[in-house]
Write a protein that binds this ligand. Structure first.
Ligand SMILES: C[S@@+](CC[C@H](N)C(=O)[O-])C[C@H]1O[C@@H](n2cnc3c(N)ncnc32)[C@H](O)[C@@H]1O
Length: 203
């Protein structure tokens, strides 16, 4: 019988949307290191697709009154990174963004909504391959959601361990809800808040 760790990886798609897994984003704002002392955060959105995830994180951080946080957002797909930098979105991906938020953070551009510089300037996009390159820096928060599902179980465990190496002790690793088994055995505390699970690095 074939070991599941040897199954081929799936072809990744760029499915994403604004404010996806809201409770996890809210948990980051509450549980990230030093947030209660006002320190600024360096965050990584790994596998950011067309930018909705890092911009959503920027949105919730800004709405919490935090102005100094920075987000590095990476993906292997250059065409998705180009769309992310252009930051124009249609109604479907914005379906969880209510009218007040659209007015605050976007301006209408024909059929699309263009993100305002207040959020765009918080995010820097770069090409990076999670499976082949070491993490670019160390971070207070690493989001890698709905990416490891495209890896086979062995690749997913190795990638989760590498992502955790990029998290400063006490910082947070946030995986997609169904990807959490890839973190079994890693030196993390599993923290639950309002139905969301995030992982705090302990080792
Ligand atoms: C389903 S999207 C997830 C987007 C976002 N994280 C979210 O949850 O809404 C998966 C993204 O992972 C990217 N990806 C797949 N393999 C990757 C790798 N080895 N390194 C970096 N990004 C990768 C794909 O290009 C795709 O844009």
């Amino acid at each position: 019988m074939t070991d599941p760790a040897d199954f081929p990886a799936l072809e990744p798609v760029g499915e994403t949307s604004f404010l996806r897994h809201w409770a996890q984003l809210d948990a980051v704002v509450r549980l990230a290191p030093r947030v209660d002392q006002g320190g600024s955060l360096l965050c990584w959105s790994a596998g950011c697709a067309t930018g909705e995830e890092p911009y959503s994180l920027a949105m919730v951080l800004r709405e919490a009154g935090r102005t100094g946080d920075r987000i590095i957002a990476t993906d292997t797909a250059e065409e998705r990174l180009a769309l992310a930098r252009a930051a124009r979105y249609g109604d479907w991906t914005l379906r969880r963004v209510d009218a007040a938020r659209r007015l605050r953070w976007f301006r209408r551009h024909g059929e699309e909504w263009e993100l305002l510089p207040a959020l765009r300037d918080a995010v820097e996009f770069r090409r990076h391959d999670l499976a082949a390159e070491p993490p670019p820096w160390t971070f207070d928060v690493v989001l890698c959601r709905n990416v490891l599902i495209y890896f086979n179980p062995g690749q997913a465990r190795r990638a989760a361990a590498a992502l955790l190496e990029a998290v400063r002790p006490g910082g947070l690793l946030v995986l997609g809800p169904v990807e959490l088994p890839a973190a079994e055995g890693l030196p993390v505390e599993w923290v639950e808040q309002d139905g969301a699970t995030v992982l705090r690095r302990t080792g």
